[in-house]
Design a binder for this molecule. Structure first.
Ligand SMILES: [Zn+2]
Length: 422
C-alpha cells in the first residue's frame, strides 16, 4: 500500500489539450532520489508509472502521473555545488547574461529552484543582489547560512507579488532544470512574468528532448522530470503567458540541454536568429510526431533485451556484477533494465549515499574504493552521464582484469577481463 500521492493529469501541461498519446511506455519505477537508510529497509518503496505522453496539439512530451511534490522534494539531497563542471557552467551563464543584458551591481537576480545557491553565487560575485527560492528546506537553510538568502517555498503568484512589493522588479529570473520539475507551469510562468522588470530577462535551462532521443538519454527520465521539453511547444506556451524567447543555446549539460533566454513580449532586447534556427531543426526532425517518439521507444526495447541477454549470460557463468553510480539515473536504469536482482551492490564516489540502499530493490551502496578491494568481474555504469570519467578514474580496476558495461548510447564492454601484464 502506498502512502505517497500520485495524481494523474488528463490535460497537456503546456496547452491544456486532452489529445495526449502514450508514446514511450516504461516500467513503473520507484522515486529515483529516495535512497533508503538501513532502519527504513522494512518500509516498502512503491513503484509509480513513468510513461511518456505526447501532446498531439502542441507537441509537448510529458509524464501524466505526478508524484506529490512535497514527497519528491522534501529531504532532497541533490546539490549542484557538488558537481564541479556545473559550477563552471553557472559562472559562464552568469557572465554571458550580465554582459549581454547589462546587469549592473545591485540589480535583483532571482533563482527559482536555487538548490545550494551555486548559480546565484556566480551572480553575487558580479555584484548582483540575489534571492533564492527552493522548497527543499534543508538545502534552502544551508544556502541562506552560506550567504545566499533563500526562501524555503514553492513559487506561487502570491509569493511573486510579495517579492515584487518588497524588493522591486527583477533584472534576471533564472529557473535551471525547474521547468522540467514543475507540474503547474502556467502558475510558475505567470509568477516569473510578475517578477520580471520591463527590461528583465528570464533564463531557463532544461534537458533537451532532441538530445534525449539522439543520445538515448534514458537516465534523464525519472519522476522529478515531468516534462521533456523541446523549443517549439515551450515557445508557444511562453507567448501565451506574455514571454518570448530571444536566445537559445545548446550545451552538453546532463548529456544535452538548452539554455533559453526570454523577455516580456515586445521587450527591448533583439531576438537572436538561433531561435528560428532551432525551430526549423525541430520541424525537420519531426520532434512533435508520434512516430519519432515511437522509434526512440523501440530503440530502448532493443537495448533492454540486449542487456537482459548479457546479464543472463553473466549469471549463468557465475560472474559477479556490480553497479557504478547511485544517482537518480541509476534508479531508472535498474527498473527499466530489470537489474534489481542482478546487481550485488552499487559503488559511488560521494559520501552522502554510502551505507544507504537503492530505492525499491534495496541494493547496498558502497564506496568506490571497494572495487579494487574486491575486484568484481563486471561493473555496469548506472551514472550514464559520467561514463567516460568513471572509465578514466578506474583504469586500475580494468588493468587488474575488471570489465565495465556501458549501456549508452549503445551496449559495449570495456576491458579484456585479463590482468594487464604491464
Ligand atoms: Zn499541448
Amino acid at each position: 500500500m502506498s502512502s505517497i500521492q500520485v495524481s494523474r493529469r488528463t490535460r497537456c501541461r503546456l496547452c491544456d489539450s486532452t489529445r495526449l498519446e502514450l508514446v514511450v511506455p516504461l516500467a513503473p519505477t520507484p522515486v529515483a532520489e529516495k535512497y533508503v537508510a538501513r532502519e527504513q529497509l522494512g518500509e516498502i518503496t512503491p513503484s509509480d508509472p513513468l510513461d511518456l505522453h505526447l501532446c498531439l496539439d502542441c507537441g509537448h512530451v510529458q509524464l501524466l502521473d505526478v508524484v506529490d511534490p512535497v514527497y519528491l522534494f522534501d529531504h532532497y539531497t541533490y546539490m549542484s555545488g557538488n558537481t564541479k563542471p556545473l559550477v563552471q557552467h553557472f559562472h559562464e551563464v552568469a557572465t554571458t547574461t550580465c554582459e549581454r543584458y547589462a546587469v549592473r551591481p545591485g540589480d535583483l537576480v532571482i533563482d527559482i529552484g536555487s538548490n545550494d545557491g551555486s548559480l546565484l553565487r556566480a551572480f553575487q560575485q558580479r555584484g548582483a543582489n540575489v534571492l533564492g527560492i527552493d522548497p527543499a528546506r534543508d538545502i534552502a537553510r544551508r544556502a541562506t547560512e552560506s550567504g545566499i538568502p533563500t526562501l524555503p517555498e514553492f513559487l506561487t503568484p502570491a509569493l511573486a507579488q510579495r517579492i515584487r512589493q518588497e524588493r522591486g522588479p527583477a533584472k534576471v529570473v533564472c529557473a535551471f532544470n525547474v521547468f522540467a520539475h514543475a507540474d503547474d507551469l502556467a502558475g510558475m510562468t505567470d509568477s516569473i512574468h510578475a517578477l520580471l522588470g520591463p527590461d528583465g530577462v528570464f533564463v531557463c535551462e532544461f534537458s533537451y528532448l532532441l538530445d534525449i532521443l539522439d543520445r538515448m538519454l534514458l537516465g534523464t527520465i525519472f519522476h522529478e522530470h515531468l516534462s521533456h521539453h523541446s523549443v517549439r511547444p515551450l515557445a508557444a506556451f511562453l507567448e501565451r503567458h506574455g514571454l518570448q524567447f530571444i536566445d537559445i543555446q545548446r550545451n552538453g549539460i546532463q548529456g544535452g540541454s538548452i539554455v533559453g533566454t526570454a523577455q516580456r513580449l515586445g521587450g527591448p532586447h533583439p531576438v537572436s536568429p538561433n531561435v528560428a534556427e532551432i525551430l526549423d531543426l525541430e520541424r525537420q526532425r519531426g520532434l512533435d510526431q508520434p512516430a519519432t517518439l515511437r522509434r526512440f521507444s523501440d530503440s530502448l526495447q532493443t537495448l533492454k533485451s540486449q542487456v537482459a541477454t548479457l546479464v543472463a549470460d553473466l549469471q549463468k557463468q557465475g560472474q559477479r556484477l556490480w553497479g557504478y553510480g547511485a544517482a537518480r539515473s541509476g534508479t531508472t536504469l535498474i527498473a527499466q533494465m530489470n537489474l534489481g536482482k542482478a546487481i550485488e551492490c552499487i559503488v559511488d564516489d560521494g559520501a552522502d549515499k554510502q551505507n544507504k540502499f537503492s530505492p525499491g530493490d534495496h541494493i547496498p551502496i558502497r564506496p568506490s574504493s571497494a572495487l579494487l578491494a574486491e575486484q568484481p568481474d563486471f561493473v555496469i555504469i548506472l551514472a550514464w552521464v559520467h561514463a567516460e570519467r568513471i572509465l578514466q578514474n578506474n583504469q586500475a580496476y580494468i588493468d587488474r582484469g575488471g570489465r565495465f558495461i556501458v549501456c549508452f548510447p549503445e551496449l559495449r564492454i570495456v576491458g579484456s577481463g585479463r590482468p594487464s601484464t604491464a
